[in-house]
Design a protein around this ligand. Structure first.
Ligand code: SF4
Length: 365
């Protein structure tokens, strides 16, 4: 495979029409200070260019909490992110997701009933104190569960700090929904793989014996990201054969083998900084969502930046947010119509806020 093939594999989607772009600009101008648009790094460029605030899920949750004056917060991301924004902003502010089908396959892999059932089973198998930690990529109901039960939330930026905090409070950590982030983080902290078990929500006791639960330090929910699962360790070998000087840079949602075979591992923000701060002429194969990789390649023309997968790995749910959808959302607001509001029920929001606030406090230390 040559560079030409890789470039072709990296192409996703089409640009918005000039007319749509103008509709967004006009509506944005008319809405003025009443509006703020948050954009996740994985958004396609036709949407991302209109973000007033952009970042990964951690940065966006932190910044959403600081937005005080805007009445409308348009979240160009996925459902769980908009829920977190609603939890962290005031009751008067209205959070809108331009397309309600913009979910997250990983977040859908753990529902609150399954987590509550698992919690009871774990309590019946061990007397150890277990701290529940959920990845940001989970429903508000699951964040609320963690808030209620002495746990918190983590992101790929702060996972190690949060795990350290949890181990000061308890003997075991129950982590959901991404087994890979959990395993990669714990292993980096020195916890051996034998001390980690996978919890399959469709099996009694997660498919484990009571003894295995008692012996484990970390219980990892059997979930994963449908995008990051495509970055295989063998692709790292393939790129190194083609470009001996290339560096493999991967997000910790990739599987354990890929992470062990990477030169650098870190969150979305870490990945961006790593490429942006590298010298001209450096070569990078990046294991994360393709819109971000393409943007990095575009913004670093003096470097070779390509996806770690030869196949286009885009987040199909993020991709549901389009410039046309954004334009319609804004024009509806101009007509006084609020569509696709994300509103977390008060009782869930209260406990989810507790979990998120804990995370922000721990991260700030
Ligand atoms: S990239 Fe993966 S974890 Fe992120 S929103 Fe898409 S499916 Fe969810």
């Amino acid at each position: 495979m040559d560079t030409q093939d890789l470039t072709v594999a990296n192409i996703t989607g089409e640009d918005a029409s000039v007319e749509t772009i103008q509709r967004i600009k006009d509506a944005k101008e008319k809405l003025g200070d009443k509006l703020i648009i948050l954009g996740h790094y994985y958004q396609r460029d036709e949407v991302f260019q209109f973000a007033d605030i952009f970042g990964d899920s951690f940065e966006l949750s932190r910044k959403a909490a600081l937005v005080k004056n805007a009445k409308y917060i348009i979240f160009c991301g996925v459902h769980f992110m908009a829920e977190s924004a609603d939890v962290l902003t005031s009751d008067e502010q209205i959070v809108i997701l331009p397309d309600l089908k913009a979910g997250c396959s990983m977040a859908d892999m753990a529902n609150i009933e399954q987590v509550e059932d698992a919690w009871e089973e774990i309590a019946s198998a061990t007397d150890d104190t277990v701290i529940p930690i959920t990845y940001m990529n989970s429903t508000a109901a699951i964040k609320a569960f963690c808030g209620r039960n002495g746990g918190t939330v983590c992101t790929s930026s702060n996972a190690e700090k949060i795990f350290n905090w949890a181990f000061e409070k308890g003997k075991k950590l129950f982590f959901f929904p991404d087994q890979h982030l959990g395993r990669n983080t714990a292993y980096k902290m020195g916890i051996p793989l034998e001390k980690m078990i996978v919890w399959d929500p469709f099996e009694d006791f997660g498919g484990n014996t009571e003894k295995a639960i008692q012996d484990a330090q970390i219980l990892l929910w059997k979930g994963h990201c449908s995008v990051h699962q495509h970055f295989k360790s063998q692709y790292a070998d393939m790129f190194r054969k083609m470009y001996p000087e290339i560096k493999i840079l991967a997000h910790p949602e990739c599987n354990f083998e890929t992470i062990q075979n990477a030169d650098f591992v870190g969150s979305t923000s870490y990945i961006i900084n790593q490429v942006n701060n590298s010298p001209a002429g450096s070569k990078w194969a990046v294991g994360t969502e393709i819109n971000l990789v393409n943007r990095l390649a575009h913004e670093n023309p003096d470097k070779f930046v390509t996806s770690l997968s030869p196949y286009s790995c885009h987040c199909s749910t993020m991709y549901r947010i389009s410039a046309d959808g954004l334009a319609s959302t804004l024009e509806n607001l101009l007509e006084g119509k609020v569509e696709n509001q994300i509103k977390v029920p008060d009782d869930i929001a209260k406990d989810a806020r507790l979990a998120l606030s804990r995370m922000l406090d721990i991260s700030a230390k």
